[in-house]
Design a protein around this ligand. Structure first.
Ligand code: ZN
Length: 265
């Protein structure tokens, strides 16, 4: 896998170093598999309350007079729903918009931090420093996306449970403390983005979004509603984090893919 990452770095390195290996030969030599970490966008996609839900209009679908098939739809949606990215501009006035985030930050090593056994399905779980161990330190120096796995993907088909909705329209789902967010941005400056398998990097009960603000101020993007219902290696995968390039976007629908060494079971 180190070889694969090296090739990616060379591609992003202004071609100072001559690439001797053909990247296609590496990627399709049978040693890697692609894992989709993205939920489909449809009428069950989860959006924030004040956001436009995914609208999908079947405009045309049918056989034409000459017997040929033609189909075409329109869609519309808020930026912040389903598997999506938050740009720093979401919570920082002079932060980057979605369209300004460079590719060098969107094709990076992926680290999964699985804390689901600590969460134990508690919707009020807060991730604190004492819940974390050496795991975050192993990729120091390399740009990376860290995705926290709270074990919440199993609830995606039950919106009430997934968001922990109460009668007053408040939310309860796991999230990290401000201390953890501060620690990541101050001690792990190689981290370019933070992902979660919940609807927000802040815990559901947070109303002033402190963790969002910490990451935005540090120039990090967030990836929310990561689909983690299947096992993904905690290390050794490369993340393709490709949002729809909405030029001035505060966020955008995202296709998130992990390229991982093929597992033999
Ligand atoms: Zn968002």
């Amino acid at each position: 896998m180190a070889y694969l990452i090296d090739v990616l770095v060379y591609i992003s390195g202004f071609f100072i170093i001559t690439i001797t290996a053909n990247f296609n030969d590496v990627l399709w030599n049978g040693d890697y598999e692609f894992i989709d970490l993205t939920y489909p966008f449809d009428n069950s996609t989860i959006y924030w309350m004040n956001s436009l839900q995914f609208m999908f209009n079947n405009k045309v679908a049918g056989f034409q007079d000459d017997g040929s098939w033609f189909a075409m739809n329109d869609f519309a949606a808020g930026e912040h729903g389903g598997t999506h990215m938050d740009a720093p501009y979401h919570f920082k006035a002079d932060g980057k918009h979605i369209g300004d985030i460079p590719l060098e930050k969107l094709i990076v090593p992926l680290i999964i931090v699985d804390v689901s056994s600590k969460v134990n399905e508690d919707p009020n779980f807060e991730l604190n420093m004492h819940d974390l161990d050496y795991r975050l330190n192993d990729n120091m120096g390399k740009p990376c996306l860290i995705v926290f796995k709270y074990g919440w993907s199993k609830f995606i088909n039950d919106k009430t449970k997934y968001l922990g909705m109460t009668k007053n329209n408040t939310f309860n789902f796991p999230g990290m403390s401000e201390e953890v967010a501060e620690w990541i941005t101050s001690s792990h400056k190689n981290v370019v983005g933070i992902g979660v398998d919940t609807a927000s990097v802040d815990k559901g009960s947070a109303t002033d979004f402190p963790v969002h603000k910490i990451f935005a101020n540090a120039g990090l993007f967030n990836v929310e509603n990561v689909k983690l219902d299947l096992p993904v290696p905690e290390y050794g995968c490369t993340a393709l984090i490709l949002p729809m390039k909405i030029a001035m976007g505060t966020g955008a629908p995202l296709r998130l893919v992990a390229i991982c060494p093929k597992r033999t079971s």
